[in-house]
Design a protein around this ligand. Structure first.
Ligand code: ZN
Length: 318
């Protein structure tokens, strides 16, 4: 089965202002590097469909969903700030719905065996969006919505979400802890969420937890590839093997790259390849190989393109 990529050119149109690092050039950089690497001939590519509004409520309150929809600017309107550094222009709602919709499409394509695994090259990202608020460039939590959708539609018992963005996935943790049904957070079913992140760092207020359903793995600002691999090997891999997920979701942020000014952690594309290989091995052991990966951060365009290529090569097993 092939590996797939789901994207949409209109995900590039959401714009939070001049010089904002989370911009549409990120998606262009990814597609340019895919072409340069020859991977565009190897993977199957799909256009995302917009998510149905009703599915967003798998991870967000109706009140917050209505707030975003009702305040979405029309052409010519002023921008609207949903939360701290999450600003909507007239194109944003379309991008939001395609970004979350890509994740739903990815679940369907993997679960119906069209794809072995899928990467969603979409924006805006989602992992900072909590159940009732947007923040940190995020509006709706794409990965949490998709994980809940996989559980509900395909009756999966155990779903893992792993997040190697350099920022903590506070939104995903909030939804797993406070919004998903309580029956879904026991140790032998429900969700397991593993997040690695530079600490202390945005979003700062992060609880220590090294027991399911939350494995939080802080990284010092001086962290290099070797330290990252050790932390993941000690903290995530045993928890994932014990949990035996039926599907693995990845919040794939590439802003811990050494060339990315957003953080101080110093990873390279070989570290992203390494963690993808480790996650693929776990997926093959427990999850019939099912992986759905979603773009989160990554702001140095060249490093982002190369890191996504390394990640997709890992998903393929090249
Ligand atoms: Zn980030």
């Amino acid at each position: 089965m092939p590996v797939g990529m789901i994207s949409h050119y209109r995900c590039g149109e959401h714009d939070m202002g001049e010089h904002h690092p989370e911009n549409g050039k990120r998606l262009t950089a990814i597609s340019d590097q895919l072409i340069r690497s020859g991977l565009d001939y190897v993977i199957r590519q799909f256009d995302a469909n917009p998510i149905e509004k009703s599915l967003i409520s798998l991870a967000h309150t109706q009140e917050y969903i209505d707030y975003v929809f009702d305040n979405a600017p029309n052409e010519g309107d002023e921008n609207f700030s949903v939360g701290e550094d999450s600003v909507m222009n007239s194109k944003t709602l379309t991008s939001i719905l395609l970004s979350a919709g890509a994740a739903i499409d990815a679940v369907d394509l993997v679960m119906n065996n069209t794809l072995s695994s899928a990467f969603c090259a979409t924006r805006p990202p989602g992992h900072h969006a909590e159940h009732n608020k947007g923040m940190g460039f995020c509006f709706f939590n794409n990965v949490a919505i998709a994980a809940a959708y996989a559980k509900e539609k395909y009756k999966l018992k155990r779903v893992a979400i792993v997040d190697f963005d350099v920022h903590h996935g506070n939104g995903t943790e909030d939804i797993v802890r406070n919004f998903f049904p309580k029956a879904d957070s026991t140790s032998d079913s429900g969700y397991l969420f593993c997040s690695s992140y530079q600490y202390p760092f945005y979003p700062f207020d992060i609880q220590e937890s090294n027991t399911p359903p939350i494995i939080n793995t802080p990284l010092a600002a001086t962290t290099k590839g070797e330290d990252f691999r050790k932390a993941i090997t000690e903290n995530w891999l045993p928890a994932l093997n014990k949990f035996k997920p039926e599907m693995i979701f990845i919040s794939a942020g590439f802003d811990a790259h050494i060339e990315d000014d957003m953080s101080h952690v110093s990873l390279t594309e070989s570290d992203y390849r390494w963690i993808t290989d480790e996650l693929k091995a776990i997926a093959e052991e427990h999850s019939q190989g099912r992986i759905v990966s979603l773009l989160e951060g990554g702001y140095c365009l060249s490093a982002l393109g190369r890191s996504v290529v390394a990640h997709i090569n890992g998903l393929i097993g090249n």
